[in-house]
Design a binder for this molecule. Structure first.
Ligand SMILES: Nc1ncnc2c1ncn2[C@@H]1O[C@H](COP(=O)(O)OP(=O)(O)O)[C@@H](O)[C@H]1O
Ligand SMILES: [Mg+2]
Length: 242
């Protein structure tokens, strides 16, 4: 098991946002989180990725409680996993170059500048970003910010991906391009958990689809169910709960 969430709750401002959520995410499998807006998908993904602390319950990464890892274990976990946030979460006061450079400096301290630059340019080329790296995030469109956030996430060659609406705000061709990129990661046996309203991505990538409503796990569907049941596929596509 790569990630396991056990009876996880999340509260903020006296409001229960995630309620008794349990789920096991298996090695090499891809899981899509779907459901109505405001239902808690992004919060569940952040809990799974160890970005926010549960109010109750436990999140395990390879059988270790994420919030009780020592520094070394935590660094290894951060290197092995990567997240694309729904709002891209790029640092406003840094150039794109600085934003891209940081994870490489942190996780590959022996890499020299030339190697870092090569790695950055390779990933940026592959995601299709072609503008300058001296720009700051505010100078980019939302779609371009997503490309940079995606490229940053892929820099350290992670094997566990947490992707929140990573094709949102992109034109069709770019979205398709990033879906293909993730499909390539699947063939390398990555474990992927993603939130999407893009039915192309769900249909192409998901082994499992989890419906989240009002902060709770409502239903789990397998790939076969979605492929065979056109009605269900249609409802998922329309974002309506069954
Ligand atoms: N830190 C927080 N403080 C207060 N409310 C929050 C916080 N995080 C999320 N919420 C609220 O929880 C609900 C679920 O949010 P979210 O997980 O982003 O849903 P989704 O991704 O499904 O649209 C929303 O109503 C959101 O406003
Ligand atoms: Mg969201």
């Amino acid at each position: 098991m790569v990630v396991e969430m056990k009876n996880v709750y999340f509260q903020a401002q006296a409001q229960e946002i995630v309620h008794d959520f349990s789920m096991k995410f298996e090695d090499g499998k891809t899981t899509a989180l779907v459901g109505p807006s405001g239902g808690g998908k992004s919060t569940v993904l952040k809990l799974a990725a160890g970005v926010i602390v549960p109010s109750a319950g436990t999140v395990f990464f390879r059988d270790k409680d994420i919030w009780y890892m020592n520094r070394e274990q935590n660094l290894a976990f951060r290197k092995e996993s990567a997240m694309v946030f729904q709002d891209s979460a790029l640092w406003a006061n840094q150039s794109l170059y600085q934003i891209m450079e940081l994870p490489l400096k942190l996780h590959f301290p022996s890499m020299d500048k030339k190697e870092r630059d090569e790695r950055m340019n390779d990933i940026l080329g592959r995601v299709g970003y072609r503008r300058q790296l001296t720009l700051r995030p505010a100078q980019l469109s939302m779609g371009e910010q997503k490309l940079i956030a995606f490229a940053r996430a892929m820099l350290c060659d992670p094997s566990v991906l947490f992707l929140d609406e990573w094709t949102e705000s992109l034109d069709d061709a770019s979205a398709q391009h990033l879906i293909n990129f993730v499909q390539e990661r699947q063939s390398q046996n990555n474990t992927i958990i993603f939130v999407s309203h893009d039915f192309r991505a769900i249909k192409k990538l998901a082994d499992y689809v989890i419906m989240i409503i009002d902060g709770s796990l409502s239903q789990i569907f397998t790939r076969e169910q979605i492929m065979e049941d056109e009605d269900l596929a249609q409802r998922l596509q329309e974002g309506i709960s069954p």
